[in-house]
Design a protein around this ligand. Sequence first.
Ligand SMILES: Nc1ncnc2c1ncn2[C@@H]1O[C@H](COP(=O)(O)OP(=O)(O)O)[C@@H](O)[C@H]1O
Ligand SMILES: [Mg+2]
Length: 211
Amino acid sequence: MPTVAIVSQKGGSGKTTLALHLATCAAYSGRQACIVDTDPQATAAAWGDWRGDFLPEVVTCPPVRIVSTIQRVTRAGAEFVVIDTPPLGDSSAREAVRAADLVLIPARPRAFDLHATEATAELVNFVRKPAFVVLNAVPARATRLIDETTRFVEKLGLKVCPVRFGERAAFHKSSASGEVASEAEPEGKAAGEVDALWKWTRKQLGMPAKG
Ligand SMILES: Nc1ncnc2c1ncn2[C@@H]1O[C@H](COP(=O)(O)OP(=O)(O)O)[C@@H](O)[C@H]1O
Ligand SMILES: [Mg+2]
């Protein structure tokens, strides 16, 4: 089961945003996608409630149930799983990373977010899973900031995902109504960034294009 874990010790770095956008892209590409929400605050699950019957499916589970939950949704037909985790969720992060084929670590290119990636780097380096920092809410024309951040991240033994998200109102506006950016603003920049991230993720996981 192609499984992506989204982890970061920092709250507000964009974990849930990334999780629901990736899973929704997978659903639009014709795959049965499932978000496994391990955050006690259950933000992804709340978004799923607002969204109603539209895909992707969102299920909640405590960290110790991640593996069994993935097995259950797989039996029910899931073809792609994204695990959303809480900030400071040591056991969630550990179990999610263990269960994953690919780890994505959203981080705003700011000191506090980058500091938080150090703990995550230790974890993924220990478990030896492919892991990429996804730079999120990157200001426009921030080439130097991106270069500095990339150097910092690479020193930690992590890689930077070639796809970045800008600071885009479409992300928070759409989530509040149970939508994703491409539904709220189909022609917007956020939609394009998400699509690029999905295509990149799909290739990382060796999933063929559909349709
Ligand atoms: N690239 C972005 N541009 C603008 N707002 C964003 C972006 N990424 C996330 N947000 C907003 O920032 C807030 C925190 O994001 P969230 O995904 O909930 O983070 P986390 O799950 O890591 O705590 C949310 O209101 C979300 O809509
Ligand atoms: Mg969250």
